[in-house]
Write a protein that binds this ligand. Structure first.
Ligand SMILES: [Fe+2]
Length: 166
């Protein structure tokens, strides 16, 4: 009988990310997104990890970290949204479970200009750029989980990742 050890898929994903963050900065977000992608549809990805949701806001759980970056799972209850924000650092994310909606906002007016459904297995990435303004949220009826990597130590997530605009 095959026994799948909890954490095997997560360890493999974190190993791939650790290699991808050594890519040159201009290609790093895409390399990290490519490292996340193969594991997003694996139902065992978060086995052994306690990743509860919160009634107050989307919940963030540290999965792993290395020199100058950290990987987190975000758990979204229905109708939980991020603030409208840009990023102070590179980022890459993918959807593990459920469907998220991403709005892109105009840099001058902050009005939403486009909306995209991000479904299980989808990835996105971006450079540190104050003009790349977006908002991520769960407009669906079921909880959603996404995997995010940022070019900042977890201890700096409070002020080192999101440039909150609204
Ligand atoms: Fe973001």
């Amino acid at each position: 009988m095959n026994v799948i050890r909890p954490g095997l898929a997560l360890d493999a994903m974190l190993g791939g990310i650790a290699a991808a963050v050594r890519a040159p900065l201009d290609g790093r977000p895409a390399a990290v997104a490519d490292a996340i992608a193969p594991f997003l549809r694996d139902p065992t990805l978060l086995d052994g990890r306690d990743c509860p949701s919160s009634p107050d806001r989307y919940a963030r759980h540290l999965l792993g970290a290395g020199e100058g970056y950290a990987v987190v799972a975000l758990v979204w209850r229905p109708m939980q949204m991020s603030p409208v924000h840009a990023h102070r650092t590179w980022c890459a994310f993918g959807v593990h479970r459920g469907i998220l909606t991403e709005h892109h906002h105009d840099a001058a007016t902050l009005r939403p200009q486009a909306a995209f459904l991000r479904c299980e297995g989808d990835t996105c990435h971006g450079a540190a750029d104050p003009s790349l303004i977006h908002r991520l949220g769960n407009c669906g009826a079921e909880a959603a989980i996404s995997i995010h990597a940022y070019g900042a130590a977890f201890e700096r997530f409070g002020d080192g990742v999101n440039l909150v605009l609204a």
